[in-house]
Design a protein around this ligand. Structure first.
Ligand SMILES: *Cc1c(COP(=O)(O)O)cnc(C)c1O
Length: 384
């Protein structure tokens, strides 16, 4: 028997080494990795500049706690603030913790309780973030949940307008739903959330744990629209694999999170932040993001064109390098066949194949992935 809790259904791949866009297993088989540790390794595995920054930090200090000033925290916070609508950062260790902090801050600041989130959202696995997650299967067996969370259909302006009133503390949403099936929020929906929050004195929280840190071609995905959220949460891509999360909030919120109000032992750990600093210096660069946009637009067009003739494909959608292929009941089979041909991709919900290549992926690697996908879809077409 394994000595691990069986919380994960793991792939039969024993990873020995990771480098750039590639994983190598113990049988020396190499894979093209379009999972990127679930949107974490946005600059590829072990990017040399990030690795160097972590190695240098290992030789200075590993951990002292937040009882001390640590200049690396100010440096990473400055980068996040300079590239978002926020003014101050709280560091933690994961996406769930960043969202947990956002929910706590929203209740404390507004002195209200009700939080609106959306069906098929995903916000984490702690009690409050699990409750915020609008999916019954995530809640199953864990009740009673946290009080006063309300779920509305995503991209539905009417139901939101009908529900909104001045008892709402916050509306929390992903800009592109990730786990729920790679569903981009519409401009009218997202701008309505912001407008209603302003009108009724609620906070507008965007969960950028998956969409943030360049994944969609902007530092944060909300920047594709004319939006200025009060709170932004980030994690996955922030540390390139070192565990780190961040809640970024506007200046007016700082008074509600004073000394003793919230905390974490590991949050803001200097090794994780050395990784984050090097990662952000690469990604929050105009030229880098222009290249991500150019590569992803070309790839997404070619992908949509290539899949046009396959009737199992209902839709190709997404933003930047967060791409979903809606393919109904064949999802699991297609993912397995891609893996057998050396391409690692993941699911999002039961019917969508999700592609999350590193932002540093080369045009050759993108062409190789297209080629594998084409073979797999072609073989399926012949058999059905
Ligand atoms: C992954 C994810 C989370 C949870 O992050 P953890 O680091 O696993 O706690 C929260 N929100 C979104 C949108 C995510 O994709």
């Amino acid at each position: 028997m394994s000595s691990l809790f069986p919380t994960y259904q793991r792939l039969d791949i024993h990873v020995k080494e990771a480098n750039g866009t590639h994983l190598t297993d113990e049988k020396n088989q190499t894979y093209l990795d379009f999972i990127s540790g679930i949107a974490v390794c946005n600059v590829g595995h072990r990017h040399p500049e990030v690795q160097k920054a972590v190695e240098e930090q290992l030789n200075k200090v590993w951990h002292v706690s937040n009882l001390f000033h640590q200049s690396i925290q100010e440096e990473v916070a400055s980068l996040l603030v300079a590239n978002s609508s926020g003014d101050a950062v709280f560091f933690c260790n994961s996406g769930a913790e960043a969202n947990e902090a956002a929910i706590k801050l929203a209740r404390k600041h507004t002195k209200k309780h009700k939080i609106i989130t959306f069906t098929k959202s995903f916000h984490g696995r702690t009690f409050a973030t699990m409750t915020a997650t609008g999916q019954a299967k995530i809640h199953e067996g864990f009740g009673p949940l946290v009080n006063e969370f309300v779920y509305l259909p995503y991209n539905d302006v009417e139901s939101l307008e009908a529900e909104m009133d001045d008892t709402v503390a916050a509306i929390m949403t992903e800009v592109v739903q990730g786990e729920g099936g790679v569903v981009p929020g519409t401009e009218s929906f997202l701008t309505t959330i912001q407008k209603l929050c302003q009108e009724y004195g609620a906070l507008f929280i965007v969960d950028e744990v998956q969409t943030g840190i360049g994944r969609t071609g902007k530092p944060f995905a909300y920047q594709h629209f004319n939006l200025s959220p009060d709170i932004i949460t980030a994690a996955k891509g922030l540390g390139s694999g070192m565990p780190v999360g961040a809640m970024i909030g506007k200046a007016f919120l700082t008074e509600s999170f004073g000394p003793g109000s919230h905390g974490t032992t590991f949050g803001g750990n200097p090794i994780a932040l050395a990784s984050a600093k090097a990662t952000l210096q690469i990604i929050f660069n105009k030229q880098f993001l222009e290249e991500v946009n150019a590569k992803s637009v070309t790839f997404n067009n070619r992908l949509a064109e290539m899949l046009e003739s396959y009737s199992v494909v209902k839709e190709v959608r997404g933003k930047g390098f967060m791409i979903g292929i809606e393919c109904g009941e064949y999802q699991a089979q297609l993912i397995t066949e891609m893996r057998e041909k050396g391409l690692l991709v993941l699911g999002a919900g039961p019917h969508v194949i999700r592609l999350l290549p590193p932002l540093t992926v080369s045009n050759e690697e993108l062409a190789e992935a297209l080629n594998i996908m084409k073979q797999v879809f072609q073989e399926l077409k012949v058999t059905i």
